[in-house]
Design a protein around this ligand. Sequence first.
Ligand code: ADP
Length: 478
Amino acid sequence: MKGKIINTINDLLAFRKRTSLILLLVMSLASAGIIVVNIYSVRILSSARAYVNGESEYSKGQKDASAYLINYITFHNKSDYFAFKNAIGIPKGDHVARIGLMTPPVNYATVKTGLLAGKNHPEDIDNMIWLFETFKNVDMFKKAVEIWTEGDGMIDELGQIGTSAHSEIMKGSMSDDEKRAMIAAINKNSAALTIKEQAFSETLGNISRQINTYVFAANVFITLIIVFCSLTSAAIMIRTLSNSKKKIIEQNEKLQLINAGLDKFVFNVTHDLRSPLASIMGLINLMDDETDLEQMKEYTLMIKESLERQDRFINEMLTFIKSKHTGVSKTECSLSNIVDNVIAQNSHHNGGKRVHFYKELELTQIRSDALKLQVILNNLVSNSIKYSDDKKPEQWVKVKSYRHDAEVVIEVEDNGLGIRPKDQDRIFDKFYMSGDNKKSSGIGLYLVKDAVTQLDGKIEVRSELGVSSQFRVIIPFS
Ligand code: ADP
């Protein structure tokens, strides 16, 4: 039992350790997950922001280039043409970078030079390259790159308008109609590019918003996992603790029952050992006054028998101790033999000699616990002798047995002193003694009741003071 409690405590400690480790592992993984998600999302968002900034430089370059070209076509001022060339260099730089990124193997030096020409911030360039390479196959980013490609095509057209305008101006052959047509083409190109530039920014904005939503969802999801795991682990821990507590309480109760059982057992043995001792004492007293050698031999033989019975009883008790933890042990037992043993054991008791024993057994063979039956009958018969009435001409004890439906009834009846009605309900209590008899210890009937209860039976008493007492033990037949 002690071992069981230690095992339970060890199990509990092992469980707590295991749960704490699992809890810690889940927490660590979830925290690492949150960190990774957030680092990754910050990188994506800042790269997307770099592209949006780049787009505004691209757009500004294109608009400046368009304006300078219109001025050049209108006033033929060469500085406007150079300014046009400079301004268009910005979107063209981005164009070079894009082509570089889309053409494996990627020439990173060319890509970086292109992005720098596109007036992108030098610190953003690595992130821009990373985003392009990581998401080039993701639908939304693919769409942005397509818009960018279309925009680059329009920038090419603008460049071609600039080149042909420059050559016409150099030749001095540009008519007013041609001028108007070129300016109209530049304006048309600029308007179309503005739409593309807005679409590009919008797509990147959508990417950022979608990433924000994903990151938020991922954060909520991971947080929920952490909360769920914590609550589950805590619940398991609480349940295990309360189960273990319950188990320990149950085991304590069992221990107490076992202790109480041991107490009873000691009382039982002590009580039952007294009967043959008293019988031997009686015989020795008789021998003191005896001069007849034959009679003395008979007494010696009786003492020997009594001692042998006591030895048997002690052996039975040892068997009983061994089988105690298995509870009731039912076997086929001869009621007749048990009654004979009990009568023989008690017939030399103080007063036992003058008591007549009657055995009326209708049922002699039952399936029960022989040791417990012995305890029951021994106590009842020894009480009948102890509380016999020597004022009556004949003192008798009757032991009967018969079957009643599925039950066996064993009766021990005497014509002794009888029990007062007010005592009859209490004589089965531990240490209860009615009257003022000095030989009483008040434990016998308590042990009888305990043994009967263990056999799933019951005991009843009927008695009339000064007339008789009858104890009825009713136990299952098998
Ligand atoms: P003890 O072991 O001291 O005899 P028991 O528990 O066996 O105690 O009995 C309790 C009381 O019941 C006794 O003190 C006695 O007064 C009464 N009693 C038991 N059996 C009989 C009986 N057969 N006749 C009269 N009184 C009895």
